[in-house]
Design a protein. Sequence first.
Length: 414
Amino acid sequence: MKIAGGIPLKGVIKAQGAKNAALPVMAACLLLRGGELALDNVPDLYDINTMNELLSALGVVIEKNADHVVFKVPDELSYEAPENLVRKMRASSLVLGPLLARCGRAVLPLPGGCSIGSRPIDLHLKGLKQMGAEIEIKDGVVYASTRGRLRGRRIYLDFPSVGATENLMMAAALATGETIIENIAREPEIDNLADTLKCLGIQVELDGAGGVRIRGNDQASSGSCRVIPDRIEACTYILAGVMTGGEITVNDIIPAHIDSTLAKLEEAGARFKVRRNSVIVYPVKRLKAVSLKTMPFPGFPTDSQPQMAAALSLAKGVSMVEESVFQARFLYAQELNRMGADIKISKDVAIINGVEKLHGARVRATDLRAGAALIIAGLAAGGETYVEDMVHVWRGYEAIDEKLRSLGAQVELA
Ligand code: EPZ
């Protein structure tokens, strides 16, 4: 993407459906046997297409009509996830729980790591074993099976892993008796999955304090649900507005989902108004340096860390950004430094010495959120920026070039 920087963004855009809510909610359709799941507000993204390919490979018939998608699940499903699709997207591991619960078997090639760190699924497998699954790993492939239904029980997650929470909730949906999972992830995407399971006739009760209680059923029934707005995409555009000194409105969001990011932005001197389902950003001269540590929800989200660091690279003063969720989520820093930023990495902390200006450069997206950080830096920088390897960005940002152009940005796909 070629970006002519230095133009304050102006205008109104709408947040897309949340990628990280849609992926588990789509996988939940596998719990059905001869039923249908209808979803609204499904974003049009590479990762969503990959999940559609995976579900189709397992036997699901998918009818897409813009952001309304219907998943028709036959009586018989394959339970082997194709290696090429699992390697393409780590979130493919979310079919493990529902497939095992529904078919009594599942074969899943281990998802690869990616540029933000090794991505084990040990917590997923540990929980499934506790529910009675037999798990064997051979040549990098997980063979899971269960004689009869999985058994409900109390599970304590060593870490509030988003994916492990989602896989175990879906497995519990068809288990016998009651499953109580403690120390679960509290991201809004978990609530969206809970609502979807309820739409499929499953009794789910989140206690709002890191626990969930699920009463398993011997089968799930057809239903429909809506995907929540994408809080990370929304904050990316809010930060683009802040960095370019523009005035933009982001609609169709749930402000409570972005409290921690807005609080940090307020601390840094950004000016904005929060409405019932939108945020309006106003221009400020320059942010003040702030420090932050990424944490599981409701803490500052790791998925907004690169974008926030890009904004802080122009702040007045030295900011400390600590990444506590992933092992290595700072690959974007060296690319920002090519644009004139002054960022040093020491272990899991980025020390950002704010500069007055960034200048355009040829930079490379190393992963989804790093790519987003480079794009918003390019919008604020003087001169032209070329962001390469946009394939990472298309995984999670629907029509980002069109959305930015609608805000007055001069961007084009070279
Ligand atoms: C989800 O990934 C998101 N992906 C990620 O968003 C997000 O960064 C992450 O949650 C944290 O919020 C989707 O929802 C599809 P985790 P997930 O399990 O489920 C370790 C994006 O940019 N861990 O909460 O993989 C793991 O290595 C993506 O949209 C284990 O050690 O996140 C990591 O360090 C990137 N063992 C930490 O926990 C396990 O069994 C958080 O992982 C599972 C996880």
